[in-house]
Design a binder for this molecule. Structure first.
Ligand code: ZN
Ligand code: ZN
Length: 328
């Protein structure tokens, strides 16, 4: 099969013809049709996340069809359309797993990081961690839901019932979560890089009530903010934009250092928290709500062999919405 592989940290992915992965008990073999490109893939390629599997097939927003079933993997029929997310396996035994927090599992394995992912024609996945994909979405538009949508949704849940919600960084995750937040009756305030007027226009088209630069003060105090951009400098900025008791959620897996800031910016019960990974419950809940809205994902498609170009455009901030590799 064809695959784009990370063989050396910091180097471009290389195209390889390799054997199909072999199926173990409990796994399904999936013929991949689409795989979205996530900022986390950049963090893996750049070596900002420790100890990836090497060589590695990146990609954890996978849509495909079940080609073959491993022993006792009877959750899906052959031909079923499935989504494969970042959370690829958990132990089921540690304190986190046993308390409904499998996203924090001590021994978790992650798709496209510690196990091979979706920049390829085929992959294998533990059937228990795959999701059925609602019919409301075609393969390309469904792919970004698997991480940008799903982990974005976990971040949104952490804002509780915040009515005025700020989103810092208006990329793949924010453009999906803005739609969910609006559906829930919230007001969304979009923050882009200073000078990125095209992205503000994109945000306004999705119904945000205000769009401005991250260096601007919103017209009203926010109840909560989610930071999707990997820039630690935005944490004190967002804290100053939220009202008393407000929450600032850091939605990414990696962020540059957070500069020091006066305690008075945190005072009055403001909260900073991070979001790590996902649980299967997050996935089920999010895919259900995404289909009811239904979420419209903006995508830019690339052939599998163009994965490096997709990563380059994501790095440069050239994409509106999500890059998706389409695999025939
Ligand atoms: Zn565990
Ligand atoms: Zn991701």
């Amino acid at each position: 099969m064809r695959a784009m592989m990370l063989e050396k940290i910091g180097a471009p992915l290389v195209f390889r013809e390799i054997p199909r992965p072999t199926l173990k008990p409990g796994q399904v073999l999936v013929r991949i049709s689409a795989c979205a490109v996530c900022r986390t893939d950049l963090h893996v390629v750049d070596g900002e996340l420790p100890n990836p599997k090497l060589p590695l097939i990146p990609g954890h927003e996978i849509i495909g069809r079940v080609e073959a079933l491993g022993e006792s993997a009877d959750r899906f029929n052959p031909g079923a359309r499935v989504g494969i997310p970042w959370l690829g396996w958990t132990c089921g035994e540690c304190n986190y797993c046993r308390s409904g927090r499998e996203n924090l599992c001590d021994r978790a394995r992650f798709t496209g990081y510690t196990i091979d992912g979706g920049y390829a024609e085929f992959t294998v996945a533990d059937a228990r961690f795959c999701f059925p994909i609602p019919d409301a979405f075609d393969d390309t538009s469904a792919a970004p839901l698997l991480c940008a949508g799903l982990i974005g949704y976990r971040a949104l849940r952490k804002t509780g019932d915040a009515h005025r919600l700020g989103l810092y960084g208006f990329g793949a995750a924010a453009h999906i979560i803005a739609q969910v937040a609006r559906f829930q009756g919230r007001q969304v305030f979009a923050f882009t890089r200073p000078g990125d007027f095209a992205r503000r226009e994109f945000a306004r088209k999705l119904g945000v009530v205000w769009a401005g630069g991250s260096d601007e003060t919103p017209p009203v105090e926010l109840d909560a903010a989610i930071i999707f951009a990997p820039a630690g400098a935005l944490v004190p900025v967002a804290l100053r934009a939220v009202s008393k008791g407000g929450t600032v959620v850091c939605g990414g897996i990696h962020m540059s250092d957070i500069p020091s800031f006066p305690y008075r910016d945190l005072w009055e019960e403001r909260v900073i928290c991070s979001v790590a990974n996902l649980t299967r419950r997050d996935g089920e809940e999010f895919l259900d709500i995404a289909a009811r809205i239904p979420v419209q994902t903006a995508t830019q498609t690339f052939a599998l062999e163009q994965a490096n170009e997709a990563l380059r455009q994501l790095r440069n901030g050239d994409l509106m919405g999500a890059a998706v590799l389409t695999i025939s």
